[in-house]
Design a protein around this ligand. Structure first.
Ligand code: KG4
Length: 334
């Protein structure tokens, strides 16, 4: 069967953290709608996501957001071919809202249910931005909960080559921002203030023996926190610029090792931290070394359902249909 000729419309549903998002994507590549209802203003006053509050807000938002996604795509429930919710990783209560809603839709509309991995979704954001992109490639996945270098062997086949042994890179950005008083979510705020500072403070980079591609970000995070506590007058712009520059070096050193190890010369970025302007510039620098670099559109870097619908499409054509017993898996890996 030639799936491309079929115009398969996937309803993607994302509720793993603090965004309720529903999208309609055709054949994995064309966005017909992508509605994102963010809870950032609600969690901002707590300095981070409060899981209970996130779940309650997903429940309130999910029907409204779905209705809007269908309206924006100018279709009805009957026109949907596949229903693809994120089922992990993420906050269990938050995930359950999207999974339960998707199961109810799948049952009542009699449409296939395709439970989709959130990390696979972040990788798939690249397929929407670049219709010509096809596996294999290396993907540097950088988000609030994950940091890993993935060999994307095929649309649904992955090998994790290296990952963080402690904090995710986004977690480190958020913690640094909170400690220096920039608020939540910290990544975009560090990005902005760092552009006004000088990266002139030496910060530690964890080193592992052997040829591992693993990362560690807790040491540098703690160093920034300690520096700020010992010297509250420290220039925040310089501190943020130094932090951002050092974590970028940590990333790039492992990425270059991964390129050498695999001899794969196509790199894609994924996850919220791939919106960082300094990191994007550093990756663009790889093009001088004949490495082809792909980066999702900024609005597709952070959590959204279009990327889930894209990954869901590839799971569907691979025949990975879920049972109605599908459950949320908070620590799901690739
Ligand atoms: O991918 P995402 O939306 O959610 C997860 O799946 O985790 O990533 C959120 C993370 C947060 O830690 C946020 O601070 C970070 O992405 N982030 C950034 C930037 N924009 C978002 N970090 C650095 N620079 C940015 N411009």
């Amino acid at each position: 069967m030639d799936f491309n000729e079929k115009h398969i419309k996937v309803l993607g549903i994302e509720s793993s953290c603090d965004e309720t998002s529903v999208a309609v994507v055709e054949n994995g590549r064309i966005i017909l709608s992508n509605v994102i209802d963010t809870q950032i203003p609600i969690h901002e006053k707590y300095g981070g996501v409060v899981p209970e509050i996130a779940s309650r807000n997903h429940i309130e938002a999910i029907s409204r957001v779905t209705k809007k996604a269908l309206e924006d795509a100018n279709i009805t429930f009957q026109d949907i071919d596949v229903i693809a919710p994120t089922y992990g990783p993420g906050l269990v209560g938050a995930l359950l809202v999207g999974v339960s809603y998707a199961k109810a839709l799948s049952y009542t509309l009699n449409k296939p249910l395709i439970g989709t991995n959130h990390i696979q979704g972040h990788i798939a954001a690249n397929y929407i931005t670049y219709p010509e992109l096809q596996p294999p490639f290396l993907c540097v996945m950088m988000s609030g909960g994950n940091t890993q270098i993935v060999h994307v062997k095929d649309y649904t086949q992955f090998e994790v080559l290296g990952k963080t042994r402690d904090d995710a890179i986004g977690e480190a950005f958020d913690k640094v921002a909170r400690v220096v008083g920039l608020g939540y979510p910290g990544g975009p705020k560090v990005d902005k203030i760092a552009s006004e500072g000088k990266a002139d403070i030496v910060l530690p980079k964890a080193h592992f023996d052997g040829d591992t591609l693993d990362f560690s970000f807790s040491g540098i995070k703690t160093a920034v926190v300690n520096l700020h506590h010992k010297n509250p007058q420290i220039n925040v712009a310089n501190l943020c610029a130094s932090f951002q520059s050092t974590v970028t070096q940590i990333l790039m050193e492992n990425v270059e090792k991964a390129i050498q190890k695999t001899n794969i010369k196509t790199i894609a970025l994924a996850g919220g931290v791939s919106a960082n302007s300094y990191i994007r510039k550093a990756f663009m620098g790889l093009e001088e070394k004949q490495i082809k670099v792909y980066m999702p559109d900024l609005k597709l870097c952070t959590d959204n359902a279009a990327m889930i619908a894209s990954a869901g499409y590839y799971n569907y054509i691979a025949g990975n249909e879920s049972e109605l017993s599908l459950n949320a898996i908070p620590n799901l890996s690739l």
